[in-house]
Design a protein around this ligand. Structure first.
Ligand code: RBF
Length: 164
């Protein structure tokens, strides 16, 4: 389903694994902070709703989305979580930076997934403008942070062999 038609916060709770035994790392970019703070809020709300304990969540800030793969690797190695969620927002500007940053963060997170046993979750908005980002960070299409949290729980369950 196209993302413009899907509410990112719509999930059937019965299909979501219980998080009480999971440690989750979150890495959040400071660029476009209004958006990434909203993504973080959605992520935390959903993790807690599914019983991830406060002491089992570690939040690491990095300057921009390009730094998310490095921050995620450090979180994985130092905190030893069952999953790491990467949150960022890249908004198309007038230069090619958008393409380079999107490519860097996407391939960086892909490589982490292949190099480590634990899953790394892609919670990065890539939009044409600020309004599209707001719509997906607690606006009319829900919150991509919720979706990232649900994905982390499902993937952590896959990693640990725990089913929903
Ligand atoms: N980081 C983001 O997370 N989102 C952006 O929209 C974004 N736009 C950028 C535009 C330019 C022209 C530059 C130079 C950087 C931008 N960054 C952005 C920061 C980038 O992710 C990274 O932090 C810096 O390039 C330093 O490595």
């Amino acid at each position: 389903m196209a993302s413009s038609l899907k509410n990112l916060s719509d999930h059937d709770p019965a299909t979501i694994p219980d998080g009480s035994a999971f440690k989750i790392g979150i890495v959040v970019a400071e660029w476009n902070e209004e958006i990434t703070a909203a993504l973080l809020e959605g992520t935390l709300k959903t993790l807690k709703k599914h019983h991830v304990k406060e002491e089992n969540i570690r939040i690491t800030a990095v300057p921009g989305s390009f730094e998310l793969p490095y921050g995620a690797r450090i979180s994985a190695e130092q905190f030893l979580p069952h999953a790491v969620i990467c949150l960022g927002c890249v908004i198309q500007g007038e230069t090619r930076h958008f393409d380079y940053i999107c490519q860097g963060v996407t391939s960086g997170i892909t490589n982490l997934n292949l190099d480590y046993d634990i899953p790394f979750i892609f919670g990065v908005l890539t939009t044409e403008n600020q309004q599209q980002a707001l719509d997906r960070a607690g606006g009319k299409y829900g919150n991509k942070g919720d979706e990232a949290a649900v994905t982390a729980l499902k993937m952590a369950a896959l990693y640990t062999g725990q089913s929903a």
